[in-house]
Unconditional design. Sequence first.
Length: 530
Amino acid sequence: MKQSLTVKDYGAIGNQTNDTTAFQKMFAEEREIYVPRGIYHIDETIRVYENTSVVMENGAVIRWRGRANRCVFLNGEYGNTEISGYSGDGNIYFQGGIIDLGEIPSGATGYGPIACGWAHAENIHMENVTFTGGYNNHFVDMTAVRRSSYINCVFKDMTITGGNVYEALQIDMSTNSAFPHFGATDNKPSYDCVVDRCTFRNVAIGVGSHASRVVDGKQIMYNAIRITNCAFYNMNDHGIRLDSYEGAYIEGNYIDGTGQHGIYVIGGKGNFIGANYLKDIKGHGICLVDKGIGGTSYPAAISIVHGSRIFNCERSAVRIVRGKGIDVTQVKAINSGEDGLSATDSGMIRFMNCDVKNASTTGNGRFNGVRLSGVSGGQLSGLDVSNKGHSTNYANGIQVTSTSHNINTFENRIDKGSSGRVNIAINNGNRVDGETYLTELLNVSGVGQTIRLNDDINNYTSIIVGSGIVSRKETTHSIARGFYNNGFRRGDDVINVETANGRIIMDVISPTELRIVRADHPVRVIIGKR
């Protein structure tokens, strides 16, 4: 870029005097802007036109001295509602420098100023820019922008006096409340955005969104958002907040200290959250919940949480509420105040190959290593759960409540908690190491009595008959197989197994019903094995 003309050629001084007029004139007439070292006070919005490149020299500071809730830079005219879609002024590039929103005025409680307001455009790129100061707002408010990037930028030290829904970098859609400065409220989302190697420090929320809409019965999503290799320190609320994202890629981020959740996913689908490092989190480490709009629940769905390290959460390392089709793999959860990994009121949840250490730090036996409640379909496998060497212990290494169904649990290494090793409801199609309890605990021995199964016996290659009298220490578990390759046949097959000192013989009178022919010891349980 040629540097023959700078803002000083237009009359700017850069010694902390008001240089607004010089900036406005140069931005109106030039498309290549160079800002030399200096401190430039600005008290009115600088209009940025399409195809503008701005290079700020190291040591160049633009300091806001204008009204609250106004933008230092804006790519449109205040109040112009004719610009829609992505048709506004784009192809804007900023490199380097500092945009300082100043100190909070005494007694201020409302919205503060905004560094950059970008809307209804495509191709907005900012690199090596530092944003600092201000209060109760966003540094960058980006609405209905297609293709954008923020590379190696710093967002820091914004004062929050009330409320927390202030993303330092907000990725938003054009609704009637989201972006009041200009443009049509046509519900266009921002998408295809890269946030890479940025630092967020002492702000409310680092990056993300808090608004979404349903139009003509379809939820509007923010698509193709990549947040990678960023660092977040001392967030007042969340580190990353993904509200209605689809196909987001959140990887390699470092989050140290949040007032709420580290990564908060609300609704959305097809998101990948991988290889992030989180520590000292006051809420949940990674939290995925549904999005409620107009009385309808839109679940966080078909997403992967993989390879993250989550330390010192006051709540759970990973928490899922009303999710659907979520895999959590190779996560290390250490020092969780509540359950290490937890899912509630969800469908098809899989926790696989995760390490959970020192869960339930808020109290001995209060929570579990891993807990599923109200989950329909899922898998717990390859888990290593332990509280050895710690002053508090979880209740159970794994708990699957009676409201959960069809959970397959196998190949886990679980240390015993204060209440037990595992506590898994046995009558809902839940399987432990390939085994499914086909009955509740029984005490049946009368000839002619029937035993009703909660699943088709032909779904299992064999069954295990538990029998005996516990008080006499006369208990056995004996295996019976069907006579035919395709399982047990009504009328042809009998179940004939040994007990402690006798036999149990039962007829198969239907796929879900057995009748006792002989019982030298009581039948205590029937378990199916695949």
